[in-house]
Design a protein around this ligand. Structure first.
Ligand code: ACM
Length: 504
């Protein structure tokens, strides 16, 4: 591509990049010219560069950093951008706001690494090398899931994590808000969900802080996709409201073990009303077109024994209690589509979720193919290459994680959201890919960051560039690691053993 010394390695790698003569230096006199609609991108550039550079970067009609929003640039798609840097000017153009935001992140990466620091840096010349870049993502869905149910993380960390995603042009933060071990989503109609379910391992969010997080992420081009688990992985809800279970007289605690829990939601009208009421509040807070409703790891043993569940099987003419899973998900899916949202769920087989669902294929790759074959949209999340709760290597210093073989950097990089043998029709159903950070063994923000990076860099590169250039990625990552250092992302296991540092 380009000699690594000529342009600092960018992650993800751009579709087309060439070096051109000269470099552009930003100083106290540099101003931004923004065409109509490009103002938010100018504000983002100013906000991101302010802490380290202190540059004022005001708007001015003759500004030499020119941000152009031009819907006529259809070749760049919804998220692509063109960037031209010469000695005289920086010209960033895109057809949409998302493209401008990605271009801003590229400018940020082209600056000296010190520009990423959290505090003022003196004596650095803030120069951007001359380049000509045209950059369009391969996949529209480039995500990271964070499990805040198993171990709660404060919203300050979610903002920092969002910033780290945006730096890598990842555009989805999927929040796993509820599980057997915790319920972190405030629901006004059911206050005990967080009063009871927020207790172990942390706390719960406030409505306003979630609303602010959604806005903060949107300013950075990141959509926050909420997940409320059902009908399995719902023990925290059952601890708060026992009547939602299959044996309403039974009292349960919020689960203290990890794994798959037998206690699941009942299938009565009351339970469906509860789920709809919760999802109404979720949709009020999260404008995301997609709403995730779980669907995974739902043992049906209780439905085989519950009189109410067996009555439901008979009334609906189902084949047996196992069919209640699809029946339940179909009703929830219909509710979401009726509200204009897209239901999203974890598929276990590629055939288990109703056709209205977009599916995350987390087990075998072939499940993605099976779902695509049924006409469903698919996001690839195979655990052997996108689950970041597995250790990064077999080194004995790695902190304890999910038991199993390491998911190392080459494995993540090799994630292929639409393998060639799938053929074009199935590939056209693939929206993209995302990484999963489950937190059974992850109690602190520093530990979460340690597990996320640099593996998220590899996922971002694959999702953005469709990457098949491991040596090229490694060369770019070599420089990019200095950016992660400047951002304070822990790179060694020992770092996570230190007392928790505070986040903004
Ligand atoms: C999952 O790992 N149960 C989606």
């Amino acid at each position: 591509m380009y000699p690594p010394t000529a342009v600092p390695g960018l992650v993800p790698g751009p579709s087309k990049l060439s070096r051109s003569p000269g470099s552009f230096t930003l100083d106290d006199t540099t101003a931004i010219r923004a065409t109509p609609g490009a103002g938010p991108a100018a504000a983002l550039l100013r906000t991101l560069l302010a802490p380290a550079t202190g540059l004022p970067l005001p708007l001015a009609p003759d500004g030499r950093i020119v941000l152009v929003l031009d819907p006529g640039l259809t070749g760049l798609g919804a998220e692509g951008y063109g960037l031209t840097v010469s000695g005289e000017a920086v010209l960033l153009r895109a057809a949409g706001a998302a493209g401008l935001r990605h271009g801003v992140q590229t400018i940020r990466q082209l600056l000296p690494v010190a520009a990423l620091g959290a505090g003022p840096v003196r004596g650095v010349r803030w120069s951007v090398p001359g380049v000509e870049i045209t950059d369009v993502p391969r996949y529209a869905w480039r995500g990271a899931m964070l499990d805040v149910a198993r171990h709660f993380q404060p919203v300050s960390f979610l903002r920092r994590f969002t910033d780290l995603l945006a730096l890598h042009k990842l555009n989805v933060l999927h929040l796993h808000l509820t599980d057997d071990q915790g319920w972190r989503m405030p629901v006004a109609a059911y206050p005990r969900l967080t009063e009871v379910g927020g207790m172990p391992h942390g706390g719960a969010y406030g409505r306003e802080e979630l609303r602010e997080l959604v806005a903060y992420a949107a300013d950075r081009g990141v959509t926050v996709v909420p997940e409320i688990e059902m009908p399995g992985h719902a023990r925290a809800a059952l601890a708060a409201y026992p009547h939602l279970g299959n044996f309403p007289e039974r009292r349960l605690d919020v689960w203290k073990s990890w794994g798959v829990c037998d206690t699941v939601l009942g299938v009565t009208d009351d339970v469906l009303d509860f789920c709809r009421a919760v999802l109404d509040e979720v949709m009020d807070l999260f404008p995301s077109p997609y709403v995730h409703v779980g669907g995974d790891e739902c043992p049906t043993t209780e439905w085989h024994r519950s009189p109410a569940a067996l009555r439901r099987v008979a009334d609906e003419g189902l084949d047996g209690p196992d069919a209640l899973h699809g029946w339940f998900m179909e009703r929830i899916g219909d509710f979401l589509t009726g509200r204009g949202r897209q239901p999203l769920g974890w598929t276990e087989t590629g055939r288990d979720l109703p056709g209205s669902f977009t599916v995350l294929a987390w087990r075998d790759e072939d499940h993605g193919l099976a779902a695509a074959g049924r006409g469903q949209y698919v996001i690839m999340a195979p655990y052997r290459s996108t689950y970041l709760d597995y250790p990064q290597s077999a080194h004995p210093d790695e902190p304890p994680g999910q038991s199993g073989d390491a998911v190392d950097l080459p494995a993540v990089y090799a994630t292929d959201p639409a393998p060639a043998h799938w053929g074009a029709p199935a590939a056209a159903r693939v929206l993209g890919t995302q990484a999963q950070l489950w937190t059974e063994y992850v109690a602190t923000a520093a530990h979460a960051e340690y597990l996320a990076f640099p593996r998220l860099c590899a996922l971002a590169d694959t999702a953005w560039s469709g990457g098949h250039d491991w040596p090229g990625f490694r060369a770019r990552l070599h420089h990019h690691r200095t950016r992660l250092d400047a951002l304070g992302v822990p790179s060694r296991p020992s770092a996570i053993l230190r007392p928790e540092r505070t986040t903004r």
